[in-house]
Design a protein around this ligand. Structure first.
Ligand SMILES: CC(C)(COP(=O)(O)OP(=O)(O)OC[C@H]1O[C@@H](n2cnc3c(N)ncnc32)[C@H](O)[C@@H]1OP(=O)(O)O)[C@@H](O)C(=O)NCCC(=O)NCCS
Length: 116
């Protein structure tokens, strides 16, 4: 998770890295990409908008930024014809899982890793 926050910080700084204490604006979170594509072959879920790496700076979490970013992603995906949304999470990320479940996401597909 620290890596994701670092990436957001990097993106924010490329846009000016403003100092809020001086009334300057800065990005505090973002979504790396939103892909809208035909869903999952045999399952009839229509077009799916997939969020990749939603991240909010650690010091800005819990203030509703993530919720607003998901809302924005939903609006954008709907405008591009999506009928549902998807996001992938590593299984240890229980706090993000809680966040997405609160947003109405439910487990649909599990990817398993095993030994070679
Ligand atoms: C998950 C994440 C995007 C939520 O963003 P946020 O701006 O904190 O979310 P909001 O303020 O809108 O909602 C807060 C909810 O998120 C959850 N949450 C998850 N991690 C949190 C954290 N570190 N701090 C505060 N809330 C967190 C809480 O369940 C909280 O729910 P509550 O208000 O019922 O307690 C953010 O915590 C984050 O960047 N996490 C690290 C990156 C990550 O795991 N991304 C998901 C993979 S795509």
């Amino acid at each position: 998770m620290a890596a994701a926050a670092q990436r957001v910080r990097g993106l924010a700084c490329r846009r000016g890295c403003g100092d809020p204490a001086r009334g300057e604006r800065r990005a505090v979170g973002g979504i790396l990409s939103l892909r809208v594509s035909e869903g999952f072959h045999i399952w009839d879920v229509g077009r799916v908008g997939t969020i990749e790496t939603l991240s909010v700076l650690p010091e800005e979490r819990g203030a509703g930024v993530g919720t607003r970013l998901v809302e924005a992603a939903r609006r954008e995906a709907a405008a591009r014809g999506a009928e549902s949304m998807a996001v992938g999470l590593v299984h240890t990320n229980t706090s993000a899982l809680r966040f997405y479940e609160r947003e109405g996401f439910r487990t649909f597909y599990r990817e398993l890793l095993g030994p070679v």
